[in-house]
Design a protein around this ligand. Sequence first.
Ligand code: NAD
Length: 296
Amino acid sequence: MLGQDKTIGFIGLGNMGGPMTRNLLKAGFEVIGYDLQASLCEQAAATGLSIKSCVADVAAAADIIITMLPTGAHVVSVWADVAKSARPGALLIDCSTISVEAARASHKLAAEFGLQSLDAPVSGGVEGAMAGTLTFMVGGHQAARERAQAVLSAMGRRVVACGGDGAGQAAKICNNMLLGISMVGTSEAFALGKKLGLTHQALFDVLSTSSGQCYALTTHCPVPGPVPNSAANRAYKAGFASRLMLKDLELSQVAASSTQTATPLGKAARDIFLEMEARGDGEKDYSAVIQLIEAQ
Ligand code: NAD
């Protein structure tokens, strides 16, 4: 059910943003959008979005403005433009994956202009964005969270309140650090199992029903066969690109160092994905890390 906020501005119509806007349209919202890439604007217009010629024009015409952009620097700079042109009392929601510091700087910017704001990064990838089954991890004030419920529910299945400003990004960074570590560990187990003479299927059957069970194994299994939909069955075509996993692991290490937290396995995983990038494998699915491990 739609609330009072019927017009949604959406900035960043890429792999994630594009499909997310389609679910907003399906739910009955009017969606106006903008992306630096003209081809993406044309594709979005064909699905029913009304396209504006700049960020400020989107901000001036919307009740809620959502950003889905590559990095924290993009978000802070776009929010600076949005804040100047937004309607009084508008709500700004950033769904990108960025650092906790950049998220807090964005909230501060919004507050200076009397605007409500949330950081609401997502889990679920492009598939979840298309299916409308994303999980949103939300940081910010309760009133803003309640106001955002209808719009976030139109794009996702779960909306988790994580705490105050930046708490959504904090949760996202911890989750993806754990996912990166689990994928490296899962890949090491398969590499070792193979050398010990185990078939992939036999090891999968044991791990998936034993204490080694985890999401990296059961959903993104790094060897072909046991999980038919995993990227290993399509020559590691992403999926979740390893360069994006590297970005998230870098964010985890910035957060670990700013909070003086020891994350030796997070650091090791970061170094391993850095090596993948150096090998020219940044576009491969992150489960292709098993190829690097087996090559060592
Ligand atoms: P993408 O590169 O496909 O899309 C980002 C879009 O932002 C691009 O189309 C780009 O042109 C646009 N953009 C950049 N600067 C802009 C500006 N100033 N004004 C307007 N548009 C601008 O990236 P994506 O895969 O959609 O990811 C977006 C965010 O979501 C990232 O932070 C990423 O880490 C996060 N994320 C991605 C996935 C995934 O599986 N792709 C999953 C979870 C989270």
